[in-house]
Ligand binder design. Structure first.
Ligand SMILES: [Zn+2]
Length: 282
């Protein structure tokens, strides 16, 4: 379901919005298609049971600018409505764009929908950073779904929506955006500072995920397929809980790998190395 939202002085009172059966605006149409891709991935790859409780219920775009040229910026998941909200931003040639035109951003927000329905990770400190990381991992897996060659994958999230038209995060090199890549550099931040640094510390777990997905055997062949990695992370996610931390995630992923790869030692040891190299211990 795609919902578009027209400017109102109070977003909260305007939610949950109204359904657009035939999206009338170009950006809403792209947003709708991006959300459909996420739904297909959740259903066909993760085999997430949408019948049980639908985590993709709707998507919403703010398309109309504020009368005074202000815009609702950012994108986020709203648990209480089971909705993703996508604001706008001036990007590129000063063009007002909906955040929902980016497949990875849409996938990231609905990734939060998936975590909120499964692990229900508390959105603070390390469990919050884990929540961000799982949303990023699914975003990259979904956005690169059409590219079978992992070597050609794009690991950035939100290209064009970051500072100076850059991306927002990079799973392959979190340090590019000043995010830590190792537990030694974990940012001990106050709760009032981005819920304890959830959008920076996720870099550590993201880097582990990148290491895992790009693991190669001695002949330089990738050890994992994108599909199996998606299932691996999903199986781990459903084992996590409110207070889970990075170590719990490593443990859950290793456990899932033992089952999924039938004890294949090369794969299981690659999973362990991926986490070990960023300092996430069991
Ligand atoms: Zn997020």
């Amino acid at each position: 379901m795609t919902i578009t939202y027209y400017y109102n002085s109070d977003v909260d009172n305007a939610l949950p919005g109204r359904e657009i059966v035939h999206p009338p605006q170009k950006q809403t149409f792209r947003a709708h298609n991006n959300a459909c891709e996420v739904e297909i991935f959740f259903r066909d790859v993760l085999e997430h049971n949408l019948e049980d409780k639908i985590c993709i219920s709707s998507i919403m775009c703010v398309e109309d600018p504020h009368p005074n040229n202000k815009v609702y910026e950012g994108a986020y998941w709203l648990d209480r409505y089971q909705q993703a909200f996508f604001g706008q931003q001036f990007i590129g040639d000063n063009q007002l764009c909906s955040w929902a035109i980016a497949q990875d951003i849409v996938a990231h927000e609905f990734g939060h929908g998936l975590t909120s329905y499964t692990a229900k990770l508390a959105y603070i400190y390390e469990s919050g950073a884990l929540d961000e990381s799982y949303a990023d991992i699914f975003a990259v897996l979904i956005a690169n779904r059409g590219q079978s060659n992992i070597q050609l994958w794009n690991w950035e999230i939100g290209m064009g929506f970051g500072i100076n038209g850059q991306a927002i995060r990079d799973l392959s090199k979190p340090g590019r955006y000043n995010h830590p890549e190792h537990m030694n550099n974990y940012c001990q931040l106050d709760y009032n500072d981005d819920h304890g640094g959830v959008h920076s510390n996720c870099g550590i777990h993201n880097k582990a995920a990148y290491n895992l997905i790009t693991s190669q055997d001695n002949n330089g062949n990738y050890l994992f397929t994108a599909q199996s990695v998606a299932v691996l992370f999903y199986r781990a996610l459903v084992q996590l809980g409110e207070n889970s931390c990075f170590s719990d995630s490593r443990r859950a992923i290793e456990q899932a790998a033992r089952t999924l790869y039938h004890g294949d030692l090369q794969k299981i040891s690659a999973v362990s190395s991926a986490f070990q190299s960023v300092g996430i211990q069991i």
